[in-house]
Write a protein that binds this ligand. Structure first.
Ligand SMILES: Nc1nc2c(ncn2[C@@H]2O[C@H](COP(=O)(O)OP(=O)(O)OP(=O)(O)O)[C@@H](O)[C@H]2O)c(=O)[nH]1
Ligand SMILES: [Mg+2]
Length: 327
């Protein structure tokens, strides 16, 4: 029996747990808990440790699947997966969700976070939810990976359909498993219905999903982001301002700090106009009180977050981006 290992990575809701569950059924091990954060807008559960599943092809091939949690706050498991459990993986599969606001940012973020693993294994990209929103297209994804100088095949697929997941896995192991080994499994799964239950087997209510039109790289922050951000552990205050430096919404009771963030927001367009640098996307400053000020810039909006120093800017940014999905 020849063993193969695949690692599934990608953002919250991309379908890592669903894909492994679709393949392995009741044998799959998942560590999902009820989503208590913004993820709950999209689906009932989220992975906190990892997913595990396996598949056997006749008496020749045994495939193990490891799924990472999507949320950055559980990224200690990313290290465990890449340096231990799945350090000898044969391929890394990046799953993306076509209904998220910024699939390109997701793509860049996960390729960067898992760059060492990807260098060893190569990369395959599977994009779910294209039945809900067809844009961005495969051509968009191709252009983005070309820009990153990465080689990867890209496929739309549905993590709830066994046949669809099997053909993705077949692509991932195309240089290791002959295509005729897949025929019996693919034929058996032809008439299988789309999976409609959550990883623990309970029937799943389809979430009422509001999907925005695809806006390219534009991201719009609503006033409610300030209240949402305040629920993140380690966050002490948040301010939404425009690029003129006007404070739009704030949770701060420190007018000086508010003014300071507004001032920085107002500086940004002038800074772009007078330098040849690319527009800054984020700025991190240590505040006089020993916390850090994280400023995220989105076109004509600026979100300032005061957080304690143990909170990493990278984690904050990803959690904020998750909060801007599916609202
Ligand atoms: N409409 C549609 N739904 C899909 C498709 N693929 C997966 N889903 C649904 O999308 C959701 C994916 O959720 P999970 O599998 O928990 O996502 P995950 O990647 O494990 O997320 P985290 O563990 O939170 O990082 C489930 O509700 C699936 O039923 C697809 O192609 N189309
Ligand atoms: Mg999961």
């Amino acid at each position: 029996m020849i063993s193969h290992k695949l690692v599934l990575i990608g953002p919250v809701g991309a379908g890592k747990t669903t894909a492994i569950n679709t393949l392995s059924g009741s044998d799959a091990v998942s560590t999902d808990v009820k989503a208590s954060d913004i993820t709950g807008n999209r689906k009932q559960t989220t992975t906190v440790a990892l997913d595990y599943g396996q598949l056997t092809l006749g008496d020749q091939h045994h495939i193990r699947f490891y799924g990472a949690p999507g949320q950055y706050r559980f990224n200690f498991m990313w290290d465990v997966l890449t340096s231990d459990l799945a350090h000898d993986a044969n391929k890394c599969i990046l799953l993306l969700d076509n209904t998220r606001n910024q699939p390109q940012r997701d793509l860049t973020f996960y390729i960067d976070e898992f760059s060492q693993l990807i260098q060893r294994t190569g990369l395959l990209i599977g994009v779910t939810q294209s039945d809900i929103r067809s844009e961005p297209s495969l051509a968009h994804y191709q252009a983005w990976i070309d820009e990153l100088g990465i080689q990867a095949d890209i496929h739309f697929f549905d993590a709830r359909s066994r046949q669809s997941v099997l053909s993705l896995v077949q692509h991932a192991l195309t240089d290791r498993i002959a295509s005729d080994c897949w025929t019996p499994l693919l034929e058996q799964s032809q008439d299988m219905p789309i999976l409609a239950s959550s990883p623990d087997g309970t029937p799943q209510e389809p979430p009422l999903l509001m999907v925005n039109d695809y806006l390219g790289d534009k991201l719009i922050m609503k006033d409610s982001i300030v209240d949402d951000v305040m629920t993140i552990k380690g966050v002490e205050g948040a301010v939404l301002a425009n690029d003129m430096g006007d404070v739009l919404t704030s949770s701060l009771d420190d007018p000086l700090l508010e003014e300071y963030i507004g001032f920085m927001a107002g500086m940004i367009p002038a800074f772009h106009a007078t330098t040849q640098f690319d527009p800054a996307k984020s700025i991190l400053i240590k505040s006089p009180k020993g916390s850090s000020i994280n400023v995220f810039i989105e076109e004509d909006q600026v979100l300032g977050i005061i957080a304690n120093q143990r909170t990493s800017a990278r984690m904050l940014k990803q959690q904020v981006e998750d909060m801007l999905q599916w609202t």
